[in-house]
Design a protein around this ligand. Structure first.
Ligand SMILES: [Zn+2]
Length: 109
């Protein structure tokens, strides 16, 4: 399986472009087909809604909208910045991701 995107759901990420630049958050949804991510509190759109069955009072709904995966990088807690990830194979054959900057292994073996 080709590993085009090394990011996964629930990964901590930092936004590297746009109005939310430098925001550190986490991935809520990841769509590899479209190359898009939904990141918590980033690209939030407020929608005014009329009362309906699911929301009888109507009002404002805040929704995290998807955007290009290329606008985020993995946020390494050790480096405290956005980093590129590498993949390495452990002695037990398991593939784990690591920070290319500090070499810290991200996935628990
Ligand atoms: Zn690091």
């Amino acid at each position: 399986m080709p590993i085009k995107y090394k990011l996964r759901k629930n990964d901590p990420v930092v936004v590297i472009s746009g109005k939310n630049k430098k925001t550190v958050s986490k991935i809520l949804e990841l769509d590899k087909e479209k190359g898009q991510v939904v990141v918590e509190n980033v690209n939030v759109v407020k929608r005014h809604t009329r009362p309906n069955q699911t929301n009888p009072d109507g009002g404002i709904i805040e929704k995290n909208m998807p955007f290009s995966i290329s606008n985020v990088m993995y946020h390494c807690p050790k480096c405290n910045t956005g980093v590129r990830l590498g993949i390495k194979v452990l002695d037990n054959g398991k593939k784990v991701r690591y920070c290319k900057k500090c070499s810290e292994v991200i996935d628990k073996a």
